[in-house]
Write a protein that binds this ligand. Sequence first.
Ligand code: AMP
Ligand code: GLY
Length: 423
Amino acid sequence: MKMLIIGGGGREHAIAWKIAQSPKVEKIFCAPGNPGIADYAQCLNIDVNDITSLLTFAYEEQIDLTIVGPEAPLVAGIVDVFEDHDLRIFGPSKVAAQLEGSKQFAKEIMEKYDIPTARYASFNEAKAAKDYVRKHGVPCVIKADGLAAGKGVVVAFTEQDALSAIVTIMEDKAYGEAGLQVVIEEFLEGEEVSILAFTDGKTIMPMVSSQDHKRIFEGDEGPNTGGMGAYSPAPVYTSEIKKITEERVLAPITRWMKEEKISYHGIIYAGLMITKSGPKVLEFNCRFGDPEAQPVLMRLESDLVDIMLAVTEGRLSDQEISWSDDASVCVVLASGGYPGGYEKGKIIEGLDKVDEAVVFHAGTREVDGKVATGGGRVLGVTAKGSSIHEAINKVYPEVAKISFDGMQYRKDIGQKALKRTSK
Ligand code: AMP
Ligand code: GLY
């Protein structure tokens, strides 16, 4: 089969690494890809949002399966366009992708299907939003309704922070149209977990659990990032929490897809807060998490292409999906200054010395035949072990072999899991 992956980060590298192991795959293309992905795929100079060029390429090359990594082309409706041209593509339809593309839309679905989530109010006028904050107080969470590259959410502990978030989103329009509306949520306390699942619109098959580390500094301090590391499984996701999540979150989403005839052939990702009163949904995403895809796909034993074909053909319920009992840990190496401004083009040393982990490239580029930094999150070093403890002990010595000017990473990835399992 000829495959096309859309995207060029750590998530897409993990997808490429996994599908390259499938005997069904003859050739992989990736748009735009990166120097790590180039080990498995022919990289194309096409932007992920250039749907017309992606379609033309897939059509002319007779691609058998296109896999969409990031949310932006999904929310823009790439799946509908490909399907209209009889091209097989893995991802939700434009309507289904609204689950991630509009916080307000997701809240309405959760309300309608009685899915546990934070209480909220939504506004399309800054003044009303500010009045609400003044009346209801803090802490609260201010969210731009639309896609804001992971930056449109502010957890506010002071009224000043809440009000200035409203100004940034609604008055300064920092995220453009994404901020025409804001959702203001009750602040939830607890530990977060990411539940990614395959779905064909009729059946939802959850993957193993994982936990991201969103803040830049150790101990969950500092600003939010795209994710500084992740591990799988997450012990906070006990069998009891799993049962509740399946009944109260995944089953109602299946009902939504069936009752409203939603065409969804891809990944659904529930970001949960495990609170004292049980799991509550923070957000839905319509794609693999990044970095969660790295540790989760490291544990997938089944052929990912078989699963994706079953998803696109609506026969997911027949699939047996097997997972390794091993745990996995992914440590993200980021550019100095990230998530604020940072320099690019720093030469990365030591990649060839890594032998006990897989290094997924997130933001890299080639400079004079060498691999250099090209983004905020640069690499995701991922290792497996018989426990989280072992995987941590394996991954950090591998991280230490890699260096580039300004490199920063968290040394506490997986520590929350250790506290729970006391291993
Ligand atoms: P979201 O994009 O909606 O998942 O929000 C990004 C991050 O903000 C989440 O991963 C949480 O860390 C935090 N967050 C979002 N909503 C809430 C909430 N209601 N209470 C506490 N933290 C939240
Ligand atoms: N790691 C969080 C996300 O992919 O949205």
